[in-house]
Design a protein around this ligand. Structure first.
Ligand code: C2E
Ligand code: MG
Ligand code: MG
Ligand code: MG
Length: 290
């Protein structure tokens, strides 16, 4: 299928107004077709140390450029795949593709970086299927489990749901990192962190959005960093868009940074280029002799 130009991209609100039942069914069939015909692809958004001296990993973000309707955001089509009962097929494709890509960077000498994948509610419910596939892939690609991060969206889960806790527990047993995504805006409470076997928290972007201009927001985020640090969580701040925000994060936390200010989601070769520049820079720095 031919990809549309950037100016023709369909915006979220255009599509949402259009989503009646019939359209949903059509989209569902189009999506199945896209999966079968390899029309889905992944962009990768770098996650950096706050000094931006190291790309510690990337998050794989699924993309679908519909041949007629243009780009359809994952927030729209993932729920369609969930309802249509084929989200696990998509999820397995995402898992393999992202591991394969990360291994490809590694094998071309760019180093072993981490990769994060999002999983949806249904995949957690079908945990045995996911975990079996995962074992197979880690083995097939000789991929270190601790470099894989599985992201669970906070609003997707009920902490009293034993299946989901078990899903996370089994991943942790394998040394896979488990991240709570969009943290702080869901329905859960801080205390639930006690029962959920996650070791990474991704702070939802609404927390950073008005920092540092809003005093309340700034104090809240600073406090949240202290809490998460105090309980030993590895923290990533999402949606970082300005240099002032970066300065605030550096001053108040050890959080890693993911956001448009450091990098938008990228194509694999763009990621490779950044990794290359990073290692060339580090080489040059270590070559300096006084
Ligand atoms: P997420 O996991 O929280 O991913 C981060 C989203 O924030 C991405 O949107 C990313 O493009 C966007 N983002 C990153 N930095 C910034 C920033 O500085 N400002 C703003 N305004 N946005 C930023 P995207 O790619 O549209 O994905 C939306 C959601 O769709 C994801 O949220 C995730 O929940 C879901 N998703 C994406 N790929 C997959 C997938 O392969 N499987 C599943 N199940 N869900 C996925
Ligand atoms: Mg995520
Ligand atoms: Mg998410
Ligand atoms: Mg998020």
């Amino acid at each position: 299928a031919k990809r549309k130009g950037k100016n023709q991209l369909l915006h979220y609100h255009d599509l949402a107004g259009d989503l009646d039942y019939k359209n949903t069914l059509t989209l569902e069939n189009d999506l199945k077709f896209a999966l079968k015909n390899n029309e889905l692809y992944l962009d990768y958004q770098p996650i950096y140390t706050s000094a931006k001296d190291q790309m510690t990993g990337v998050e794989a973000l699924i993309r679908w450029d519909h041949p007629v309707k243009g780009r359809i955001p994952p927030n729209i089509f993932i729920p369609i795949a969930e309802n249509g009962n084929f989200i696990s097929d998509i999820g397995e494709w995402v898992l393999e593709e992202s591991i394969k890509q990360t291994v490809q960077w590694r094998d071309s000498g760019l180093g072993q970086i981490g990769v994060a994948v999002n999983v949806s509610k249904m995949q957690m419910k079908n945990k045995d299927r996911f975990l079996e596939k995962l074992d197979m892939l880690l083995d097939k690609y000789e991929f270190p489990a601790e470099e894989l991060q599985v992201e669970i969206t906070e609003s997707d889960i009920f902490f009293f749901d034993g299946e989901i806790v078990e899903f996370a527990e089994e991943l942790r047993k394998k040394d896979v990192r488990v991240a709570l995504d969009d943290f702080g805006v869901g329905t859960s409470t801080l205390f639930n962190l006690k029962n959920m076997p996650v070791n990474v928290v991704k702070i939802d972007r609404s927390f950073i959005q008005n920092v540092p201009s809003e005093e309340f927001d700034s104090k809240l985020l600073k406090g949240l960093y202290q809490v998460l640090d105090g309980i030993g969580m590895y923290v990533i701040t999402e949606g970082v868009e300005t240099s002032e925000q970066v300065a605030f994060i550096r001053a108040n936390s050890t959080s890693k940074i993911q956001g448009f200010y450091f990098s938008r989601p990228l194509k694999p070769d763009q990621v490779a280029l950044l990794l290359q520049q990073e290692s060339a820079y580090q080489q040059a720095a270590s070559d300096v002799r006084y």
